[in-house]
Ligand binder design. Structure first.
Ligand code: GAF
Length: 395
């Protein structure tokens, strides 16, 4: 463990230096360092992770950052640069599922999960900052968890591999926060790399980096944040997961990953109509991920538009996790020049992505803003993202 911040790193990361200075003002205790972890956009492969299938997310150029210092006692003090919770104090020994509120669930959940693994996490002071939009489907909560697990892995000298940090943050999310999510978001945040998407087999966490750069193809990837807030702890996510588990059980497989497109005919005779549609989404989505990886490698991002469109249609019609705002964003982007568009993330709100020729970017932006105004929806936030480095120490 390195017990002091690295001044050279601070020169490269002014935001980390600003956070360190604020940590000193707020806590007045000694700082060990600053760590950051990005949010993610999932290019394709939705609701496939907990079915042991394939996903293709990438880490984005927006991140959560934590300044952390160890304490000599078993107290945790948490403060964020946003929100209105003020400084929250907790005792390591009283951490248990349901004991935390607001954003503090995420760092406290990680501390709890690491201690459950037998890692001796000390009391800490922690200051959080983040420029990942909250509730926008870009995994702002996992970004916090991944920044914290990376910091604590370094601080405690636990030596966890990325795969173990993924499982620790999943445990925090599932058992402490209470959201039955898979491993995609943490894997993107912890394992992402600049200019690449992470092709992950969620059965064994085998990952490879697939080049994904829009600029050489004269494309941009637009994120359209619909401002419709969603939460994975709400019932919709859990009910989709339950349908998938039922589908796998009836089909006699360990997970839906074990079904192929050719098995769907048999499935249609064995499953009730709703479960069949849920299963069809997962099975065809896995296939689309594999096709996307092939096309990206052989032809580049200009060749994946139709797969993004098909993924959206499948989530809208079969998995039924879209909403009018997401559909309008996708349809309007497509009608105004995007070569492919889909909702991204868990669904029921959040963001859509639109792979758009640079020449059509302004037209797509203007048309989406106009369409939302015309429909009486809250104005969306539209911005570009590109694949960035994964979690790391920045000071
Ligand atoms: C959320 C979850 F956190 C992921 O694990 C994944 O299931 C995703 O929804 C849907 O693909 O982001």
């Amino acid at each position: 463990m390195s017990a002091a911040p690295d001044p050279a790193a601070f020169q490269a990361e002014p935001a980390a230096k600003a956070l360190a200075d604020r940590f000193a003002r707020e806590f007045g205790t000694s700082l060990a360092g600053v760590w950051q972890a990005p949010g993610r956009v999932n290019l394709i492969g939705e609701h496939t992770d907990y079915n042991e299938g394939f996903v293709l997310p990438f880490a984005i150029d927006r991140a959560a950052r934590v300044a952390v210092g160890p304490r000599a006692d078993s107290t945790v003090r948490l403060l964020s640069t946003y929100g209105d919770q003020g400084t929250v104090t907790a005792s390591l020994d009283s951490l248990e599922p349901g004991s935390a509120k607001g954003w503090t669930k995420y760092p406290l959940g990680v501390i709890w999960a690491l201690r459950e693994r037998g890692i001796d996490v000390p009391g800490i002071d922690l200051l959080l900052d983040s420029d990942v939009p909250l509730g926008a489907g870009l995994s702002s909560s996992h970004a916090i968890e991944c920044a914290v697990v990376t910091a604590l892995n370094d601080l405690t000298g636990a030596g966890l591999a990325a795969e173990d940090m993924v499982l620790a943050t999943q445990r925090a999310e599932n058992d402490f926060v209470g959201a039955p999510t898979g491993i995609m978001d943490q894997s993107a945040s912890l394992r992402g790399a600049k200019g690449h998407a992470v092709f992950l087999d969620c059965r064994d966490q085998n990952a490879s980096l697939v080049p994904f750069e829009t600029e050489p193809a004269a494309l941009v990837l637009l994120v359209i944040d619909t401002k419709v807030q969603h939460s994975h702890a709400d019932g919709g996510y859990a009910s989709r997961r339950a349908s998938c588990e039922l589908g796998a059980e009836v089909m006699g497989v360990k997970a839906l990953r074990d079904l192929q497109v050719g098995d769907l005919e048999e499935a249609s005779g064995l499953l009730d109509a709703v479960t069949f549609r849920r299963v069809r989404h997962v099975v065809t989505e896995n296939d689309r991920v594999l096709q996307t990886v092939e096309r990206l490698s052989a032809e580049g991002p200009g060749a994946i538009g139709a797969l993004l469109d098909a993924s959206h249609a499948s989530m809208r019609d079969d998995f039924e996790i879209s909403c009018p705002e997401l559909d309008l964003a996708v349809d309007t982007a497509r009608a105004n020049g995007a070569i492919g568009a889909r909702m991204t993330g868990g669904g029921f709100g959040g963001a859509a992505i639109a792979l758009t020729p640079v020449a059509a970017e302004q037209a797509v932006r203007a048309a989406v803003v106009q369409a939302f105004a015309g429909a009486g929806f809250t104005a969306p936030d539209i911005f570009t993202v590109s694949p960035a480095a994964g979690a790391r120490r920045v000071g």
